[in-house]
Design a protein around this ligand. Structure first.
Ligand code: NAD
Length: 499
């Protein structure tokens, strides 16, 4: 489908796409596909005010009824899956299969949130005093600001939004300035769900378009109780600092530098598929992309040869075309960053295979690259950096402790994995002595998480958790209740205080 057809099918109208000052470019060919209008500070403050009013109402709507809105949202997303998936592909450059997968993740988290709306469980706790009961209950926290990155233009909004809504929190979304169209299209889908729901308060689900300053307005507002921010570690430092200064709650989902250990006992066919998907998928522009491959010395050479030939066969090109595996980088800056990283790795003694620009004649304004494999003799500074491009550094190891030490010796702590059929190795890897990451997988690559588990990572990845497990608690406040149903007033710890 032509670009204009995709925009139209996603429900975007002429007024959404023209007349603004913020240019939106498709990484597929570098063409400008829209000029959207950013919201000014006073407009954003107005939206925050509306969301605050919505909170007053929404927090007392029974949670299962709040779940009904998210159920309708899931239905609307199902109906729009193909069109929204294509828009994700057009605006972010990921292959259509991954665009559709992102929308499926939205649907999945809606399903999870609907069930959750009847399961916002607290605790009953044994009291030390006779005739007393203790409980822990969860209440909605307040307005939730959601700041997202270009590489996952829709799913992270929903990981947060679906949960926040059932938890009783209105949401305001500030998407990446590189992918505002996906957000505008999702807002329209939400508006349809809201209309079907009927009596949701105005301002419950809103979007603000803008650059960093729009995110800062949300971050600084005392009326935004929670900020969930997905993006670079640099962004997280700024957002985390601003939230700490006002004691706001923040959920940070930042950069990763993910590794795979391939042990001698690994099923090499499986490992190969795992490596290639996680290293070149989304053209290496996932927070969970595989960036460091740590291979046992005994299998290093044969694995590397297999990997190089798999890389030689990669289909690189238009991400909307059937069978394509690698789409473009997001823009010229990403291409320049890739080039600089490869040059630095080479200067550090690395041997680079691939990494060159391709399809330049066909797409002079877009940046397609052949994914790079870089053999390194040690983990240098550049290997420790998250370069958002398909660069796979390969390192050799002799002992598992050495491999785990290498894996953990970076600033980020998002995702990790081991390919091994030795249960001693795999259990050790996921034990307290093993991987220090938020995600540690066995015989699966580091990317492509399911929504059922909490998603996020440690260290410079920010420590936040989204999606499944008990991540919903991030949008609620915990309240401890002690209820005295006796006719006496005993004090805790046996303290005597007679008046
Ligand atoms: P980015 O940090 O440049 O921008 C992310 C978002 O933050 C954008 O919406 C941007 O406008 C906003 N922003 C930037 N500075 C801000 C500030 N000071 N205050 C408020 N908002 C601000 O990131 P990007 O280039 O869009 O995305 C790539 C990065 O995101 C990578 O580091 C990647 O690992 C990370 N990422 C992490 C996850 C995760 O779940 N851990 C998921 C996707 C992407």
């Amino acid at each position: 489908m032509e670009h204009t057809g995709i925009l139209k099918a996603a429900g975007l109208l002429r007024g959404d796409l023209t007349g603004g000052s913020l240019g939106v470019f498709s990484p597929i060919d570098g063409a400008e596909i829209a000029r959207v209008t950013p919201h000014g500070q006073s407009e954003i403050e107005h939206k925050i005010g509306l969301a605050k009013q919505a909170f007053e109402i929404w927090r007392s709507v029974p949670a299962p009824r709040r779940g009904e809105l998210v159920r309708l949202l899931g239905e609307e997303l199902r109906a729009q899956k193909q069109n929204l998936g294509a828009l994700v592909s057009l605006e972010s450059g990921k292959i259509l299969q991954e665009g559709l997968g992102e929308v499926q993740e939205m649907i999945d988290i809606c399903d999870l949130a609907v069930g959750l709306s009847r399961q916002l469980f607290g605790l009953t706790i044994a009291s030390e005093r006779p005739g007393h009961a203790m409980r822990e209950v969860w209440h909605p926290l307040g307005v939730c600001g959601i700041i997202t990155a270009f590489n996952f233009p829709v799913a992270p909004w929903c990981w947060n939004g679906a949960l926040a809504l059932v938890c009783g929190c209105p949401v305001i979304w500030k998407p990446s300035e590189k992918t505002p169209l996906c957000a505008l299209a999702v807002q329209k889908i939400c508006d349809r769900a809201l209309a079907r729901f009927g009596d949701a308060p105005a301002g419950l689900i809103q979007t603000v378009v803008g650059e960093r300053d729009a995110g800062e307005t949300l971050t600084k507002s005392q009326d935004v109780a929670i900020i969930s921010a997905t993006g670079s570690t640099a962004m997280g430092r700024a957002v985390g600092g601003a939230l700490a200064a006002r004691f706001g709650r923040c959920i940070l989902e930042l950069g990763g530098n993910n590794a795979m250990i391939v042990a001698p006992s690994a099923d090499i066919e499986m490992a190969l598929r795992g490596i290639v998907f996680s290293a070149v998928g989304t053209a290496g522009q996932r927070c969970t992309s595989l960036r460091r491959l740590i291979v046992h010395a005994d299998i290093y050479n044969p694995l590397l040869e297999r990997l190089k030939s798999a890389y030689d066969g990669l289909e690189i090109g238009d991400p909307l075309a059937e069978g394509m595996l690698v789409g473009p980088l997001i823009d010229a800056d990403a291409f320049a960053a890739m080039g600089m990283a490869l040059a630095e790795a080479e200067a550090d003694g690395g041997t680079v295979h691939g990494g060159q620009r391709v399809l330049e004649a066909q797409y002079p304004n877009a940046f397609y690259v052949h994914p790079a494999i870089v053999e390194m003799t040690r983990q240098t500074k550049i290997v420790g950096c998250e370069t958002f491009a398909p660069i796979l550094y390969v390192l050799k190891y002799d002992t598992l402790d050495e491999a785990i030490a290498l894996q953990n010796d970076v600033a980020q702590g998002l995702s990790s994995c081991i390919f091994s059929t030795d249960v001693r190795e795999t259990e050790y890897f996921i034990s307290a002595l093993g991987s220090d990451c938020g995600i540690a997988n066995v015989n699966i690559g580091p990317s492509g998480a399911e929504i059922g588990g909490a998603f996020g990572g440690e260290k410079e990845t920010g420590g936040g958790r989204e999606s499944g497990s008990d991540a919903w608690k991030g949008y609620m406040r915990r309240q401890t209740n002690t209820i005295n149903y006796s006719r006496d007033l005993p004090l805790a710890q046996g303290i005597k205080f007679e008046i």
